[in-house]
Write a protein that binds this ligand. Structure first.
Ligand code: ADP
Length: 241
């Protein structure tokens, strides 16, 4: 298994966002994590990547038990993520956004030499992601869709073992949606493991296997998309939304 979480629990005041949540993500899978709004998906991402500290439970990544995940540490271990609202540096150019993403924490760049390999990797990703023409534009001038592509390309700079994508197709047009699917498949073939939170069901169904369904902070079903889709507990969870 690439990632295993056991008994994750997280409360925010009176709200239990994640409740005794356990699941595994197989190495080299494209696993979908779905569930109604507010079911705890983002909080699970935040815990695993160290942005939020769990009240209980454990995270195991690539065979190592990690007591208290921290973003920099998870990055160094090869786990990276995107955010629902793409996070790029608006004042940096596209190429600089990529180059800085080779390191973590990003702000350490000020003291870090950019290697030739980083530049070459950035060039390669810009070609692949259709960002060459905007290489020297500040990211602030990109379209919403281009920012999503840039963020995805940026997390690939460090050659991660596993990528967590938080709603990669939210707000993007159908052409870009297919482009996203193509990039995910290509890097999957290359050996990258994906865990994807996504509301677009046709997208999940064509891309992810298995799919894990979470409701009120706890997984309620897991399996191939076609099977999960028919599961009465899953239908109930979405009906109640
Ligand atoms: P999802 O990603 O499935 O929509 P979230 O993980 O964002 O779900 O949220 C799960 C629950 O936890 C929701 O009820 C949400 O309002 C609550 N929650 C998430 N983050 C916070 C926070 N920082 N402070 C308070 N409540 C939060």
């Amino acid at each position: 298994m690439m990632l295993t979480v056991r008994g994750l629990t997280k409360r925010f005041g009176g709200v239990t966002a994640v409740a005794d949540c356990s699941f595994s993500v197989a190495e080299r899978s494209i696993t979908g994590l779905i569930g109604p709004n507010g079911s705890g998906k983002t909080t699970v991402f935040n815990i695993v990547t160290g942005y939020v500290q769990a009240d209980a439970g454990s995270v195991e990544f690539a065979g190592q038990l990690i007591k208290r995940p921290k973003p920099g540490e998870m990055f160094r271990r090869g786990l990276v993520r995107t955010f629902q609202q793409a996070r790029v540096f608006p004042q940096l150019t596209v190429v600089d956004n990529l180059v800085v993403a080779a390191a973590h924490p990003w702000w350490a760049l000020a003291t870090r030499r950019v290697t030739r390999a980083d530049r070459e990797r950035a060039e390669h990703l810009m070609t692949e992601f259709g960002l060459r023409e905007v290489a020297d534009l500040p990211a602030a001038q990109l379209s919403y869709g281009q920012r999503k592509l840039l963020e995805f390309a940026a997390v690939l700079m460090s050659r991660p073992r596993m990528v967590l994508l938080d709603e990669p197709t939210a707000g993007v047009n159908p052409v870009l949606r297919e482009t996203m699917a193509r990039h995910i498949r290509a890097y999957h073939e290359d050996g990258v493991t994906f865990l994807i939170v996504e509301h677009d069901m046709p997208f999940v169904m064509q891309l992810c296997d298995p799919v894990i369904v979470i409701d009120r902070g706890t997984p309620i079903a897991e399996g191939p998309p076609q099977v999960v889709q028919q599961d009465p507990a899953v239908l109930d969870a979405y009906l109640g939304e």
